[in-house]
Design a protein around this ligand. Structure first.
Ligand code: COA
Ligand code: AMP
Length: 629
């Protein structure tokens, strides 16, 4: 079927389209309706239906001839380990862990926070929760204790699953002290923790609260899959919001399974049995959808990679993994390719590996600059697909669907909307923009299966953040345009979210931390362009009159505060002191203009600026840092 035919089929009969897709999932009880539209703007997919996501990811493949096929390959250059699990082995490990989690008092609907490095037990933990109908919430390991505490307070987990340490190429990260601190800071108290002791650094366990993972799980009765409602939450994944308080994106079981299974076949063009590698982290949505659930729903072999694109040990790391495990499809962020290109511009390391298994590369998580896309195409000689989506949607909104027909590529565009997504570009009064005119990118409601039904225990926040701007549409908070052929170009965020190495961060949250420094009167953080990471946060600090200490010392302190309170993942390293911040006459900080100055771009003098001379001071401050981007 062509892309056009599939899109038209969906437009003509959306419910029929998704009913057909749902036949690829095993249901314990058939749904009563494809879509419940009785309570707009809240929509529910497959009401009445029951299924189990873990069953669909593991057991059914074991029962249907894939028991001995590899389900998971753990490849860890930082520990020099490769470990494999067949579908039967992974099912057994997960069933036993599920039994252990249940023994800790966790039942259907209870929350479990998973704060773990990229090890097989992290994947097992997610699937074990799904198996007994518990709701998992994975927190990325690069977040600090404070961020973990915020998530504990919101999700109110019965238990926490963690490991003694994570391993970065240059250092060991002790996770357990971060966990202990988070529990101490949180107002909600999880009763028990299961801690996986890694040999690189073990952790002290708190008597009565912490259990040694391996000892506790050994000998526990395995748990069977528990049928849950299609509309029951499978997981909560927190993502940066404009307020600085992370938003708990909810994912249901039924729509999620249907959409991901469909995407594996028609967008990523993989077959059951193929090897699929998403080089991301289980802490991000890419990890949820395309390290864990998507490939396993589809009967693929998935790869869990604990390493980096460069430095573990060299810029040939990705090619080694592709060659060694015969990867068919690779998915990563453009940053990873920029990092490889920077260290090995002529791709000489590629010559050492046979990557003939590779059929396609998919890139997402941040804007893909045409240079990176063209370089990847040139060195790999396979289709390179830029595709656009968000934590909220869980799967691609706009893509080039290789399993339908491959659309001609236009570098700079993520191609066209996928079935399920009616993407429009609106101007401020809500009318549709003509081709090539930038506006707010929105998606007409209802959103398709697999997208967020709401925010965790926060229907009002869901409506305020996404539905109030334009009646009947979901606001993506991305700005961009469609060209005359319907290709979508994503240009920038319209809120304070920035994208640092494919990681989504709120400048408001960083400003909130800096404002807590006793010598800082006010501050602004912008996302300055960076050749490697796409953007990095850059801070401008105005000190209180008579601030007693050296400016450089205060800068060092705020950098450390952001690292301690948000985490190293924020990559906040560049800040400077200025006399004043440029503002409009009504007092709004002109962050957009500051960003243009930091990026050495020409800018229009804002008509409402209070004092234009401040912009020169900002330019001088940027020059003084020596920022080149
Ligand atoms: N636990 C603890 N710390 C972590 C961490 C984790 N799971 N992941 C990253 N960090 C730390 C890093 O060690 C680094 O600390 P440092 O400031 O002390 O060096 C900091 O967080 C920033 O990490 P990162 O953004 O990964 O930058 P880097 O300089 O270490 O590596 C790249 C740069 C480009 C190689 C890396 O960003 C990369 O591989 N990007 C791929 C993008 C990606 O996977 N995106 C996911 C969405 S698809
Ligand atoms: P996250 O929720 O972390 O996946 O981040 C989602 C945001 O990343 C989007 O709203 C975009 O701003 C950005 N993004 C993701 N993929 C792309 C892409 N292919 N092109 C441009 N921006 C992207």
């Amino acid at each position: 079927m062509s892309y056009e035919a599939a899109y038209t089929k969906w437009q003509t009969d959306p419910q029929g389209f998704w009913a057909e897709a749902a036949a690829a999932i095993d249901w314990d009880k058939p749904w009563q309706a494809v879509l419940d539209e009785s309570n707009p703007p809240f929509y529910r997919w497959f009401p009445g239906g029951e299924l189990n996501s873990c069953y669909n990811a593991l057991d059914r493949h074991v029962d249907n001839g894939r028991a001995d096929q590899l389900a998971l390959i753990y490849d860890s250059p930082v520990t020099d380990t490769i470990q494999t699990f067949t579908y039967a082995q992974l099912r057994d490990e997960v069933a036993q862990l599920a039994g252990a989690i249940r023994k800790l008092g966790v039942n259907k609907g209870d929350r479990v926070i998973i704060y773990m490095p990229m090890i097989p037990e992290a994947v097992m933990a997610m699937l074990a929760c799904a198996r007994i109908g518990a709701i998992h919430s994975v927190v990325f390991g690069g977040f600090a204790a404070n961020e973990l505490a915020t998530r504990i307070n919101d999700a109110k987990p019965k238990i926490l699953l963690s490991a003694s340490c994570g391993i970065e190429p240059n250092r060991i990260i002790p996770y357990k002290p971060l966990l202990d601190k988070a529990i101490e800071m949180a107002t909600f108290e999880p009763k028990q923790c299961l801690i996986l002791q890694r040999p690189q650094q073990t952790a002290d366990l708190v008597a009565g609260r912490d259990h040694d993972w391996r000892e506790f799980v050994a000998g526990v009765e395995p748990a069977a899959c528990v049928p849950v409602a299609a509309t029951d939450p499978l997981y909560i994944l927190y993502t940066s919001g404009t307020t600085g308080v992370p938003k708990g994106v909810v994912r249901d079981n039924g729509g999620h399974a249907v959409a991901l299974k469909w995407s594996m076949e028609y967008i990523y063009n993989v077959k059951p049995g193929d090897v699929y590698w998403a080089a991301s982290d289980v802490g991000w949505v890419v990890g949820h959808s395309y390290i864990v659930y998507g490939p396993l729903f589809h009967g693929c072999t998935t790869i869990l990679y604990e390493g980096k694109p460069v430095g573990t040990p060299d810029p040939g790391a990705f090619w080694r993994v592709v060659a060694q495990h015969k990867v068919n499809v690779l998915f990563t962020a453009p940053t990873a390719f920029r990092a490889i290109k920077r260290e090995d511009p002529n791709a000489t390391y590629l010559q050492q590996h046979d990557i003939s298994s590779l059929q396609a590369l998919f890139l997402a998580g941040e804007r893909c600059d045409p240079d990176t896309l063209l370089w990847a195409e040139k060195i790999l000689g396979v289709p390179v697909v830029d595709h656009w989506w968000q934590t909220e949607t869980g799967w691609p909104i706009v893509a080039n669907p290789l399993g339908l027909t491959r659309l001609p590529v236009k570098p700079g565009s993520a191609s066209k909307p996928m079935p399920g997504f009616d993407v429009r570009v609106l101007d401020l009064d809500g009318s549709e923009q003509p081709p090539n005119q930038i506006g707010d990118i929105v998606v007409k409601l209802p959103l398709p299966p697999g997208t967020l039904p709401t925010l965790w225990h926060n229907d009002e926040g869901y409506q305020n953040a996404y539905l109030h701007a334009y009646q009947g549409y979901y606001l993506t908070s991305d700005a961009g345009y469609k060209d005359e052929d319907g290709y979508v170009f994503i240009m920038s965020r319209t809120d304070d979210i920035i994208n640092v190495a494919g990681h989504r961060l709120s400048t408001g949250a960083i400003e909130g931390v800096i404002a807590g420094h006793p010598d800082v009167a006010e501050c602004a953080v912008i996302g300055a362009s960076d050749q490697l990471k796409g953007q990095i946060p850059m801070g401008f600090l105005v000190l209180k009159v008579g601030a007693p200490r050296e400016e450089a010392e205060i800068v060092r302190e705020v950098v450390q505060m952001v690292r301690d309170q948000i985490g190293p993942v924020a990559s906040f390293k560049v800040a400077t002191v200025v006399e004043r911040l440029p503002k409009t006459r009504s007092g709004k900080v002109l962050r957009g203009t500051m960003k243009k100055i930091a990026d050495h771009e020409t800018y229009k003098m804002p008509a409402t600026i209070d004092d234009p001379t401040i912009l020169d001071e900002i330019a001088q401050a940027v020059d003084a840092i020596g920022w080149q981007g």
